[in-house]
Write a protein of this length. Structure first.
Length: 323
């Protein structure tokens, strides 16, 4: 192990730069040469690289986004594209590659490993949706959740002033982790997530009862699911059951940007070091993550084939606290 590459792929997440920084420092401490691969798999195929030394990673730990840039490449889902990835890794003389991203990133990597005799691949989970199997938390989730909580706090002020119902939509196409934890922390009255079917009439009745007993506001946290902007449709349906003034706020990509929180900086740093050490130990086709506070290694194939379950205890807690 003499020369390794690092790339970020899929959606950007706060803390990715902290992870890049940690991986580079850990690699240099072990006399490894580090190559940054720009624009994810798209840049990998094009051998679009930049040297990563101490100067390149200086003062990036507090920055959101990713200094290596990112993309979503359809080439990984064709055999020809996967062969080009392996060929590019060989052409660049890489003895291992660290992949920072989500389940799509790891899906592509596991397909490449299955089809080719490529260099070792080690993944690091970076996703604000927090939906990657094999880790309790992904890099970026904590920052995105704090963004949502701050929005709830601000909206609560105006909701209470006008005695309004607000629908606050957060990201989460297939998973409700972001909606659930921000809903608990923000004291939301209702939660709409992909894991559960929501019946509009009973939800509307619960909101009405809250106002009847003296509440001055209500906030419903909605995971965007497969249709971003779905909150407008939900608000319209609730209006049929409830004669309340309501508003919709969609956070969208606001949750992706901004400086990472302490938790995301620490998580990104620890997993960045762990990824380098995994390569040095001879590991491959695995993702480094944290489960129960301990380092865990999960086969790349499992990270996208297995569905990460919602924390049922947190779901129970939300039900109790929102009553």
């Amino acid at each position: 192990m003499k020369r390794i590459g690092i790339l970020t792929s899929g959606g950007d997440a706060p803390g990715m730069n902290a992870c890049i920084r940690a991986a580079v420092r850990a690699a240099l401490a072990n006399n490894l040469t580090v190559v940054g691969i720009r624009r994810g798999y798209t840049g990998l195929i094009a051998t679009d690289t930049v040297p990563l030394d101490r100067a390149a990673i200086r003062n990036i730990i507090h920055q959101g986004g990713t200094i290596l840039e990112t993309s979503r490449s359809p080439d990984l889902y064709t055999r020809e594209g996967r062969l080009r990835v392996a060929e590019a890794i060989g052409k660049m003389g890489l003895d291992g590659v660290i992949l920072i991203g989500g389940d799509g990133t790891f899906h592509g990597a596991s397909l490449v490993a299955a089809d080719t005799d490529t260099a070792p691949l080690v993944g690091v989970p970076g996703s604000i949706d927090n939906d990657v199997y094999g880790t309790d938390y992904c890099i970026g989730f904590d920052t995105a959740a704090n963004c949502a909580v701050e929005a709830i706090d601000r909206i609560r002020d105006t909701a209470r002033s006008h005695e309004r119902l607000f629908f606050l939509e957060v990201m989460g196409r297939t998973a409700g982790f972001l909606a659930l934890e921000s809903g608990i922390a923000g004291g939301a009255e209702e939660l709409i997530i992909p894991e559960e079917e929501t019946s509009i009439a009973p939800m509307s009745e619960r909101i009405r009862k809250g106002f009847d007993i003296g509440k001055k506001s209500a906030i419903v946290v909605v995971a965007e699911a497969k249709t971003p902007g779905i909150s407008f449709q939900i608000a319209g349906e609730v209006k049929k059951h409830l004669d309340l003034d309501s508003r919709v706020v969609i956070l969208g990509h606001l949750q992706r940007g901004g400086p990472p929180t302490l938790r995301d900086r620490v998580l990104g740093s620890s997993l960045g070091v762990a990824a380098v050490e995994a390569l040095l130990e001879g590991r491959s086709e695995c993702m480094v993550g944290e489960v129960g506070g301990a380092l865990a290694y999960t086969p790349l194939e499992e990270t996208w084939k297995k569905k990460k379950p919602l924390n049922e205890n947190l779901r129970r807690i939300f039900s109790i606290l929102s009553d």
